[in-house]
Write a protein of this length. Structure first.
Length: 891
């Protein structure tokens, strides 16, 4: 029917065109034919047929037609509808450059093809469908739609493509329905444009090329409206350079052999919720944008009533299994940009590379799992970043990253996987806002040169291997309360610009804060430093550290510690601290002023306490314990012991003999303190006035010296102990009960004593105290508490002279025996005879004093009693001499 013209309707319904040629496929020819009206080939049967350049002015109906040979419709034009519903094409079909003005209905069509040399079983290349086109439930082997234009909606629902399929450069101007389509081999939508909504829900792309991984290609495709791939299954897919101007759904998609989304742009968010990437996936240079209002709270699958789903990059519950065992890049987001909130909540990764990625909106990676290497090197987080409860089973690199908003790593686990590099590498990271690592577990970690501008929280964080904060800067408060460091910590050169809190932290290995700077209060209360290295230099090393505000180490515990040239500009508290091993202190101040270190009730087991050449340091050991410690006298501005406040201090193993020269120059005074009152806590004074406290202090010093065999020091401290005991008794006997210890030891509080007269118990207490005071005073005056032999000689001499004078005054001028003689008057005393009388009486007194009984028999009763008393007193003093000499020999 070549060039035949049909002016009216034409019907070939049920016609059969068997043909007869075996060489040329021209069993039926309508080449260049014209149908000005409708034409019908419904249920017609063809072997081969040619309709090239045919023109149909009305509808063309090939419903249920059968083509056993090739069908050529190249260049045909249909002004009306084109119907191939349920048609069967058993050989090749060419519909190239066809123009369909009406609806195109290929529902249920089958294009089986028969050419094994060229994959052109059916081709719609450069065909134009002006209206809707449907291929629902169709079956294709090889299909070519490249360059086609679909002016209306296109429906391919449930279509089966058995071999390669090409939609390259296709323009879809309406909605496209590709739900449940099946692609048995490769498919390409490269350069395709989708103006309307696109739906690939449940589609399956099996692929068929094992050489080139191009099972399905959407390279440079453009999607103007919403696109939905929910539940689709891919082997390998490439979306490189694709642009999505509206929301894109990839929920529950599966990628068996790899996925490439490099340089893809999503302008209204994308959802990969619970997608499965079973091989490598690349999102390098990905861009996700959207109309985000800047709110930290966004709505995803279930927005509140009246609210639309906010744009985001959603990878919630996605799985990235990877497939490359050589390069650790199972999923790559290198240089990707997220301008909308991004979520990887509960995502599962093998290895992941986010180097250079930019998150301009909040990021949620909470509860994600990373089995192998993860890198966020040089990434930028412009809003909040949530990494709570994340599991990192291998190395993590965040070096050089910047967090502009709050960063949360609470409860995460950095298990690590390599021993050659840091398991958690945060070197050079910048946190512009708060950073929270509370309850996180690290193995090996590095925060060297990191910057924390906001508050930082490492509460109860555990580091099981080495960790470094060398050169890090904390501009805001830093909280390491109850953190645990099982291996070495290097915080040398670290700067803390605000509060630094390490309460109850545990440092089990070497710890160094050498050169660290604490500009705000530093709280190390109840901290434990347990390292016992062989050199001890870095067990707890605060060498050259600077504490500009108060430093609190109260109730901490050290094995060995070094505070050499450590700056304490506002003093330091070491109350109730225990140094089981050695501690070296040579503190200073920035401006050269004095500083005070409080060791109230602290225990220092050993080490050196000294000064620096540019500052003055004072140590307050009130109620503390000082053991095998050397007090260094280098650069002392005051007598050595005046730099130390010993008040109720226990001395255990302290070597007083090593400091004997300083003690002797200081008259064996321990309690004097040269610190200015401005250094002491409010209400305290440098002077210790309570005699009971001083008595106890020297008693403890005496016990230590005695235990060490230093008899000289023990004797001197014993003297001071007894002296302050005497003063204590006086205070109890005559003082008040108002706690005022500043009065003179001779002050008598008459009003208080008078008020106690009606209280038998209290007055008895005072009387007993007075008796003790009297006895103590007597012992002091007579023998210096057994430590001053010269006092016995002094008292004995006074006694002999005193009794000699008494004898002279009480004896008569003459006696029968001539043992004692008296003086008649003052004139007689001045005579030679009077001096002789005095000399004789002194001799009698001396003899009586040392012979335990008087010599001769005085004439008067009074002188006999005086002689007996002198003999008794002399016996006591002689016994004291024996006691003192024996005590000294025993030493």
């Amino acid at each position: 029917f070549r060039e035949t013209r049909f002016e009216g309707d034409a019907s070939f319904r049920g016609a059969e065109f068997h043909g007869g040629a075996r060489v040329r496929a021209d069993d039926l020819r309508f080449t260049d034919a014209t149908f000005e009206s409708d034409v019908s080939f419904e249920r017609a049967a063809f072997r081969s047929a040619t309709f090239e350049r045919v023109a149909v002015g009305g509808d063309a109906d090939f419903d249920e037609a059968v083509f056993d040979g090739d069908l050529l419709l190249t260049g045909a034009s249909f002004d009306g509808a084109l119907v191939f519903a349920e048609a069967r094409c058993n050989a090749d079909v060419a519909l190239d450059e066809v123009a369909v003005g009406g609806v195109a209905n290929f529902e249920g069509v089958e294009f089986r093809g028969d050419d094994n040399a060229r994959d052109d079983d059916v081709t719609f290349a450069d065909t134009t469908f002006e209206a809707d086109a449907t291929f629902e439930n169709g079956a294709f082997e090889y299909a070519e739609f490249s360059g086609a234009v679909f002016g209306g909606d296109a429906v391919f629902q449930n279509v089966r493509f058995g071999q390669d399929t090409y939609f390259e450069g296709v323009e879809f101007r309406g909605d496209v329905d590709l739900n449940e389509t099946r692609y048995g081999e490769d498919a390409s939508f490269e350069g395709a444009t989708f103006a309307g909504e696109v739906c690939f829900r449940g589609a399956e792309f099996h692929g068929g090329d094992n050489v080139e991984e191009d099972d399905v290609r959407f390279v440079d495709a453009v999607f103007e409206s919403h696109v939905d791939y929910e539940g689709a299954q891919f082997r390998y897919v490439d979306f490189s350079g694709a642009v999505f101007h509206a929301a894109a759904d990839f929920e529950d998609t599966v990628y068996e052999a790899g996925a490439v989304f490099e340089s893809v742009r999503f302008d209204a968010g994308v959802w990969f919720t619970e997608a499965r990437f079973r091989n490598d996936a690349s999102f390098e240079a990905l861009t996700v944008r959207g109309d985000w209002d800047g709110d930290e709270v966004w709505y995803t699958e279930s927005p509140p009533e009246g609210r639309s789903r906010d744009p985001e990059a959603c990878f919630r519950g996605a799985e990235f299994h990877g497939g490359d065992n050589v390069e650790e890049d199972d999923v790559r987001f290198v240089d990707a940009e997220f301008a909308v909130p991004a979520t990887f909540h509960r995502g599962q990764f093998r290895s992941a590379n986010f180097e250079g990625v930019e998150f301009d909106a909040p990021l949620d990676c909470s509860f994600a799992e990373f089995d192998r290497h993860l890198s966020f090197r040089d990434a930028r987080f412009g809003a909040s970043a949530d990494f709570d409860e994340v599991s990192y089973d291998s190395d993590v690199c965040v070096a050089g990253a910047t967090f502009e908003g709050p960063a949360r790593f609470r409860g995460s686990e950095f298990t690590g996987g390599a021993y050659t590099v840091e398991d958690a590498d945060f070197e050079g990271v910048t946190f512009r806002d708060d950073a929270t690592f509370s309850y996180t577990e690290f193995r090996q970690a590095s925060f060297a040169d990191a910057t924390f501008d906001g508050a930082t929280d490492f509460t109860e964080t555990a580091f099981s291997d080495t960790v470094t904060f060398e050169g890090a800067t904390f501009a805001g408060p830093a909280n390491f309360a109850e953190a645990t460091f099982e291996r070495s910590l290097d915080a040398s050169g670290t700067a803390f610009g605000d509060d630094a809190r390490f309460m109850k932290a545990v440092f089990e290995d070497e710890t160094t804060f050498e050169g660290a700077r604490f500009e705000g209060p530093a709280d190390f209360a109840a901290t434990e430093f347990l390292a016992t290295a062989n050199m001890h230099e870095d067990d707890a090393n605060f060498r050259a550290a600077v504490f500009e505000a108060e430093a609190n180490f109260a109730q901490s515990r050290f094995e060995h510690a070094t505070f050499t040239r450590t700056t304490f500009d506002a003093g330091a508290t070491f109350s109730h601290v225990v140094f089981n091993g050695s501690a070296t202190f040579r503190p200073r101040t920035s401006d050269g002023d004095a500083t005070l270190l409080s060791f109230d009730r602290a225990v220092v087991g050993g080490g050196v306490l000294g000064q620096t050449d540019d500052s003055v340091a004072f140590y307050d050991f009130t109620g503390g314990e000082i053991d095998d410690v050397r007090l260094d006298d280098s650069h002392c501005a005051y007598p050595l012991f005046d730099h130390f406040r010993f008040c109720n201090t226990d001395f255990v193993g302290f070597d007083f003999s090593a400091h004997k020269a300083h003690l002797a120059r200081n008259n064996w005074v321990l309690h004097e303190f040269a610190a200015d009152a401005s250094l002491l806590p409010e209400g305290e004074t440098a002077t210790i006035t309570d005699p009971a406290t001083l008595e106890n202090t020297y008693m403890k010093a005496k016990k230590c010296a005695k235990a060490d065999g230093d008899t000289k020091a023990a004797a001197e401290f014993f003297l001071r102990e007894m002296t302050y005991r005497r003063k204590k008794h006086w205070h109890v006997a005559f003082g008040s009960d108002d706690g005022d210890d500043t009065r003179s030891r001779r002050d008598v509080d008459v009003a208080t004593i008078a008020s106690d007269l009606n209280d038998r118990t209290r007055i008895t207490t005072r009387l007993k105290a007075f008796g003790k005071w009297a006895g103590n005073t007597t012992l002091y005056q007579t023998c210096g508490y057994g430590e001053r032999l010269w006092r016995i000689v002094y008292i004995s001499t006074i006694a002999v002279v005193f009794w000699g004078i008494l004898y002279t005054l009480t004896a008569s001028t003459a006696t029968e025996t001539g043992t004692l003689q008296g003086i008649d008057d003052a004139g007689h005393l001045a005579s030679v005879d009077g001096l002789f009388v005095i000399a004789e009486n002194l001799y009698f007194s001396t003899a009586t004093f040392i012979t335990l009984e008087y010599v001769g028999s005085p004439s008067s009763e009074l002188t006999r009693w005086l002689a007996s008393l002198e003999a008794y007193f002399g016996a006591l003093l002689i016994a004291l001499v024996v006691f003192v000499l024996g005590r000294r020999v025993a030493r």
